[in-house]
Ligand binder design. Structure first.
Ligand SMILES: [Zn+2]
Length: 298
């Protein structure tokens, strides 16, 4: 685990989930805590070596790969944990994440560390926008991926983007990236276009000074999936069948975890297209089928 200095007070730790540190007078505010207890232990040791004290963790959102180190770090340091109201519910009760993804009590294959972290205790609920109380950091609403995700900007102009933007490589590998709300994702891209920073740090790809290409690629991906679904809805089609068609299009290797992640994203697109009055459900022979208004070409 390597600590990279960006500015006077801001650092980041590259990894499967990039983590941020804002350090003032040897007191550390950590932005997200990584995949699991192992990452938590590594962070703890890294701070100990420098005689830094962990005062707060700000979680951008509650997905297991962003809060996995919380429980260990809070047990060792009694640090505060800050999150938005809706995300805090999932941090306090991480079993809700696989529950939400499956839509009922999840079967065992979904109750693993990729979807369900150890519980930790959120000590402060924070707003989605503006100065994060008790810190010099600023929050930005980046909804669309999970329920109430935020970005965090340090006073020295480093902006941590959470999972609002995925890399071109991730998009070409998986085709679909997790979305819970398409309208909000598109609004987030528009907001991101207006934000400035010295450096942007997405959680799952390399830091960059310019996010315009990433925004374009992510927006095009959302639009492409909308078009594909509209095309498939030329004939009445079930959600399960749509998932199958997209899984085949993007050559995604299916597993229980991959299924629920694809399922939530396809569901988000269906809600979006329904609200735009482009598709509607009909009920036939015990099936819920989605159908579009017109014949659409890809
Ligand atoms: Zn993530």
């Amino acid at each position: 685990m390597e600590l990279k200095k960006i500015t006077e007070n801001t650092y980041y730790i590259p990894g499967p989930t990039n983590l941020g540190l804002f350090v003032e007078d040897k007191k550390v505010i950590l932005i997200d805590s990584g995949n699991d207890e192992w990452v938590g232990r590594k962070i703890f040791r890294l701070l100990e070596e420098r005689e830094w004290e962990l005062s707060k963790i700000i979680n951008t959102h509650s997905n297991a790969d962003h809060i996995g180190g919380n429980a260990y770090l809070q047990k060792k340091t009694n640090c505060d944990i800050l999150a938005t109201a809706l995300e805090s519910v999932f941090i306090d009760e991480p079993s809700l994440e696989p529950f939400l993804l499956w839509g009922a009590s999840p079967f065992k294959a979904l109750r693993n560390k990729f979807l369900q972290a150890q519980p930790s205790r959120v000590t402060h609920i924070i707003g989605e926008e503006g100065i994060i109380s008790g810190t010099p950091l600023q929050a930005f609403p980046l909804e669309g991926h999970f329920i109430q995700m935020i970005g965090v900007k340090t006073p020295d102009e480093v902006l941590f983007l959470a999972d609002s933007l995925f890399s071109t490589e991730t998009i070409s590998k998986y085709g679909l990236t997790v979305k819970s709300d398409i309208e909000k994702s598109l609004n987030t891209y528009s907001l991101l276009e207006k934000l400035s920073a010295r450096l942007f740090i997405p959680s799952h790809t390399a830091p960059t000074k310019d996010i315009s290409d990433l925004i374009r690629v992510n927006r095009e991906n959302v639009e492409q999936i909308n078009r594909k679904i509209l095309y498939y809805c030329s004939e009445p089609v079930s959600r399960e069948r749509l998932i199958q068609l997209l899984i085949n299009d993007y050559q995604i290797t299916l597993s229980s975890v991959q299924f629920v992640l694809t399922h939530i994203t396809v569901s988000a697109h269906l809600s979006y297209l329904y609200d735009k009055q482009l598709i509607k459900p009909k009920f036939e022979e015990g099936k819920m089928l989605w159908t579009g208004n017109d014949k659409i070409d890809l």
